[in-house]
Design a protein around this ligand. Structure first.
Ligand code: DGL
Length: 265
């Protein structure tokens, strides 16, 4: 495997860009190939079988582009597909759940941990299971309205304010001291969530996930010595639309966005 090979990263949409942001911060020498499965978003209401099929298609596509590792920048896919597809690919795969749990346990004082995520991730109990095993009191909340509102850029709309109140009100009332952003879209809502929750620690699992990715690349002697090519972005949806949204969220133009049909790769 070539050290200069790119890192594959995927999500259902723009959420994984919060992970891209973190990769650029921690591992700036790595070239990224990103896939947004925008045509099949949201993933949150999909069955485990669908999420597993999508993961297989996407990892196969990213592998065909020569990536040395895949960062699953989607909690729903990390919860529902990673445990299954890990056995099927020889490529190193990094997910979001275990890094999120590890960070929250380290940060939480009282061990009253809130998890907000998609319906699929909450139903899987992927976070809750491990957190409870470590003695935490877990307050899980599915937030199905967040992803469509974030994808359409409605951060400060009245619908968003209502959704925040509906989902976070019970967690605030329960007095959670730490809140895990169990969906990669949610760090884009960080300022709204903090304003609503007041004094609270928030966990973006991407920080530890990228640290782990960097560590395993180093162990395999696969850290890039310097960035060669531009980052590439693919979407199963509309490239112009994705480029516009992505640039707005990342605060910089996306290098190159192309359409891909995963049923043909
Ligand atoms: N950003 C994804 C996650 O982390 C999925 C959001 C969705 O498509 O529902 O779960």
């Amino acid at each position: 495997m070539d050290r200069c090979a790119p890192l594959g990263v995927y999500d259902s949409g723009v959420g994984g860009l919060t992970v891209v942001r973190e990769i650029r911060r921690q591992l700036p020498a790595e070239q990224i190939i990103y896939l947004a499965d925008s045509a099949r978003l949201p993933y949150g209401d999909r069955t485990p079988e669908e999420i597993q099929l999508f993961a297989r298609q996407i990892i196969t596509f990213l592998r065909s582009r020569g990536v040395k590792m895949v960062v699953i920048a989607c909690n729903t896919s990390s919860a529902l597909a990673l445990p299954v597809v890990r056995e099927e690919f020889s490529l190193p795969l990094v997910g979001m759940i275990e890094p999120g749990v590890k960070t929250a346990l380290k940060m939480s004082g009282e061990g009253k941990i809130g998890v907000i995520a998609t319906q699929g991730t909450i139903d899987s109990d992927a976070y809750g299971r491990i957190l409870r095993k470590h003695g935490a009191q877990v307050y899980s909340q599915a937030c199905p309205k967040f992803v469509p509102l974030i994808e359409s850029g409605q951060f400060n709309s009245s619908q968003m304010a209502q959704a925040i109140d509906e989902y976070l009100g019970p967690l605030r009332a329960a007095g959670v001291d730490t809140l895990i952003y169990g969906c990669t879209h949610y760090p884009f809502l960080d300022s709204q969530i903090r304003a609503y929750m007041g004094e609270i620690k928030t966990v973006d699992p991407a920080v530890e996930a990228v640290r782990q990715a960097g560590r395993s690349l180093a162990e395999m002697d696969l850290l890039s010595p310097g960035k060669r090519g531009r980052d590439l972005f693919f979407t199963t949806g509309e490239p112009e639309e994705f480029a516009k949204r992505g640039a707005r969220l990342l605060g910089q133009e996306l290098d190159l966005v192309e359409h891909v049909d995963l049923t043909r790769v």
